[in-house]
Write a protein that binds this ligand. Structure first.
Ligand code: HEM
Length: 512
C-alpha cells in the first residue's frame, strides 16, 4: 500500500514538474490560421466518398457548380483538391508545377507497375526524372518516331482493308481500332506483334487475351480502391481489386519474360548491336553501368508496360468518340470529306505529311478531346509541400485532380459546350500540347504525357483515313438521335455501348 501511494505521489510530482516546465519553456505557437478551399463537410471514416457516384468526374463536376473551381473534399482519410477551371489548372500545372509533380502511392502502382518502377506511378525524384529523360530523348525523339512511320502506314492500310472486307455489315468499330493501335504500338515497342490473331499462328498470347490484359490494367489503374483511401481497411481488400492486380501482374510477368528473353537471344554474339525497337533501347540502358540511377529488370518491365498501355486504349477510345459524334451529325462528315477530296483527291490515302493541310480533321480531333478527354481527371497529382493556390492553403500530401472533363464543359470558357462543333477551333490558335489550359487532354508541365506526339499521329491519321476511305452509316432502323453517348469510368473513359456502324468504300477499290 505504502509503495503504491509513494508511486502515485512520485507520478503526481513528475506530472506537476513537467507541466510547470512546459509552461515556462514551450511558448505556444500562434494558432495557424489556414484557409482551405471550400467543399462539403466530410463524414468520419468515409469523408465525402458518399458523394461520388460511378462516374466520379461527373459527380465532381456537379459539386464544383456549388463549391467553385477549386474545392477540397476528403476521400476516406485523405484531403483531395479538385481543379475545375483553366485558371486553377494553370496555377497547379504551371505556377506551382514543382509542388504538384508527384503521384500518390496506390495499390495499382505497387502491384501492377512493379512497385512504382514505371513512369506513370513513379514518385517525383531522380528515378522518375531519368526515366522521363529517356522517354523524351531516346524513345520519342522525332527521328525515332519518323523511323517507325512505315509501321503506322502498314498497319493503317491493313486496318482499312479489314474494314473494307466487312462493308455492308455492322462493324463494332472499337474492336478494329484496338487491334490497329495495339499492332502499331507492339511493333514499335516490342519489335513485332507477339499476339496471335488466328488459331494457326502460335504466340505467347492471343489478341483477345492481350486486349483483356490491357483492359484489366486500365480498369485497375483507374478504380477507386477503398484501401488506397482508408489504409487501415487495406488488408481486407473489400472490392477484391488487389487480388485481381496480383493475378494480372503474373500474366504480364510471363509476357515480359518471354519478350525480353527473345530480345536478349537476338542480341547474343552480335558485336555492334543496333537497337531495333524500344525494348532493345531499354535493355541497352539497363546494361549501362554509367547511368545515373541504375535500371533493373523490373524497371524495363515497368517502362515497357507504360509504353504499351499508354498508347493503345487512349488513341482507340478517342477515335471511337470522334466517329460517334460525327455519326450523330452527318453534315460534319460531309464537310470533312469535302476537305479531303479537295486536298488529297480520291486516288490515294492520307499520309502523315498531309495532316498540316487538313485543318478540319484537326478541328474534329480537338473538339473530340474537349468533349471526351480520355483521362477525364488526368492522373492524380500529389502535393510535395504546403502551397497556396488562389488564396487557399493546400497541405503537403493532398491529392490533386484536374477535372478536364469539367473544364471542357465550362460555359464561361466554351460557347454551347454540350454541342459538338469542330468549327469552333477553325482559325483559333488553341493547341493540345499543354499551353492552353482550357484544353488539356495530355495534361501540362512536368507530368505531361511524354507520348503525346505519337498519340496525335495515331489519332489524326486514323480519323482522316476512315473518313476519306468510307461512307459511314448507322445500322438499319437506328437514327442519329438514338446513339447513346454514356461513358464508363476508368483510366481511359470509353463509351458505355460500343459504336456499331456500317461502312462502304468511297475510293477506287484497288486502293484497299
Ligand atoms: C490519345 C493518346 C494519349 C492521351 C490522351 C494521353 C493522356 C495522358 C495523360 C492525361 C497523362 C497524365 C498527365 C498528368 O498526370 O498530368 C498521361 C501520362 C502519360 N502518358 Fe499518355 N496519353 C496518350 C498517349 C500516350 C502514348 C502514345 C504513350 C506512350 C507510348 C503515353 C505514355 C504516357 C506516360 C508514360 C505517362 C506518365 C507521365 C508521368 O507521370 O510523368 N501516352 N498521358
Amino acid at each position: 500500500m505504502e509503495s503504491l501511494s509513494w508511486a502515485i505521489s512520485t507520478l503526481a510530482l513528475i506530472f506537476a514538474t513537467l507541466t510547470l516546465l512546459s509552461k515556462l519553456f514551450i511558448r505556444k505557437s500562434p494558432k495557424l490560421k489556414l484557409k482551405f478551399p471550400p467543399g462539403p463537410k466530410p463524414w468520419p471514416i468515409i469523408g465525402n466518398l458518399n458523394l461520388i457516384g460511378p462516374l466520379p468526374h461527373q459527380s465532381l463536376h456537379k459539386l464544383s457548380q456549388t463549391y467553385g473551381p477549386i474545392m477540397q473534399l476528403k476521400f476516406g482519410s485523405y484531403p483531395v483538391v479538385i481543379a475545375s477551371s483553366p485558371e486553377i489548372a494553370k496555377q497547379i500545372l504551371r505556377t506551382h508545377d514543382h509542388v504538384f509533380a508527384s503521384r500518390p502511392q496506390t495499390a495499382a502502382g505497387k502491384y501492377t507497375t512493379y512497385n512504382y518502377l514505371n513512369i506513370t506511378w513513379a514518385p517525383h525524384g531522380p528515378y522518375w526524372r531519368q526515366g522521363r529523360k529517356f522517354y523524351l530523348s531516346e524513345l520519342f525523339n522525332s527521328k525515332r518516331l519518323d523511323s517507325f512511320e512505315y509501321v503506322r502506314v502498314e498497319e493503317n492500310r491493313a486496318f482499312l482493308s479489314r474494314l473494307c472486307a466487312l462493308s455492308g455489315k455492322p462493324v463494332t468499330l472499337k474492336e478494329h481500332l484496338s487491334r490497329l493501335t495495339l499492332s502499331i504500338i507492339s511493333r514499335i515497342v516490342l519489335g513485332k506483334k507477339y499476339f496471335s490473331v488466328s488459331e494457326f499462328d502460335s504466340s505467347i498470347v492471343t489478341l483477345d487475351e492481350f486486349q483483356e490484359m490491357l483492359d484489366e490494367l486500365f480498369l485497375l489503374n483507374g478504380v477507386l480502391n477503398i484501401g488506397d483511401w482508408i489504409p487501415w481497411l487495406d488488408f481486407l481488400d473489400l472490392q477484391g481489386y488487389v487480388k485481381r492486380m496480383k493475378s494480372l501482374k503474373e500474366k504480364f510477368d510471363r509476357f515480359h519474360d518471354h519478350v525480353f528473353g527473345e530480345h536478349r537471344a537476338n542480341k547474343e554474339g552480335v558485336k555492334e548491336f543496333v537497337p531495333k525497337d524500344m525494348v532493345d533501347v531499354l535493355l541497352k540502358l539497363a546494361d549501362d553501368p554509367n547511368i545515373e540511377v541504375k535500371l533493373n529488370y523490373d524497371s524495363v518491365k515497368g517502362f515497357t508496360q507504360d509504353l504499351i498501355a499508354g498508347g493503345t486504349d487512349t488513341s482507340a477510345t478517342t477515335v471511337e468518340w470522334a466517329m460517334s459524334e460525327l455519326m450523330k451529325q452527318p453534315h460534319l462528315i460531309e464537310k470533312a470529306t469535302e476537305e479531303l477530296d479537295r486536298v488529297i483527291g480520291r486516288e490515294r490515302w492520307v499520309e502523315e505529311k498531309d495532316i498540316a493541310q487538313l485543318p478540319y480533321i484537326d478541328a474534329i480531333m480537338k473538339e473530340t478531346m474537349r468533349k471526351h478527354p480520355v483521362a477525364v481527371m488526368l492522373a492524380p497529382h500529389l502535393a510535395l509541400e504546403d502551397c497556396n493556390v488562389e488564396g487557399y492553403d493546400i497541405r503537403k500530401g493532398t491529392r490533386v485532380f484536374i477535372n478536364t472533363w469539367s473544364i471542357g464543359r465550362n460555359s464561361s470558357v466554351w460557347e454551347a459546350p454540350e454541342e459538338f462543333k469542330p468549327d469552333r477551333f477553325l482559325g483559333k490558335a488553341i493547341d493540345v500540347k499543354g499551353h492552353n489550359f482550357e484544353l488539356l487532354p495530355f495534361g501540362s508541365g512536368r507530368r505531361m504525357c511524354p507520348g503525346y506526339s505519337l498519340g496525335l499521329k495515331l489519332i489524326r491519321s486514323s480519323i482522316a483515313n476512315m473518313l476519306h476511305g468510307f461512307n459511314w452509316k448507322l445500322p438499319e432502323n437506328m437514327k442519329p438521335e438514338d446513339l447513346n453517348m454514356d461513358e464508363v469510368y476508368g483510366l481511359a473513359t470509353p463509351r458505355k455501348f460500343p459504336l456499331v456502324a456500317i461502312v462502304e468504300p468511297r475510293l477506287p477499290i484497288h486502293l484497299y
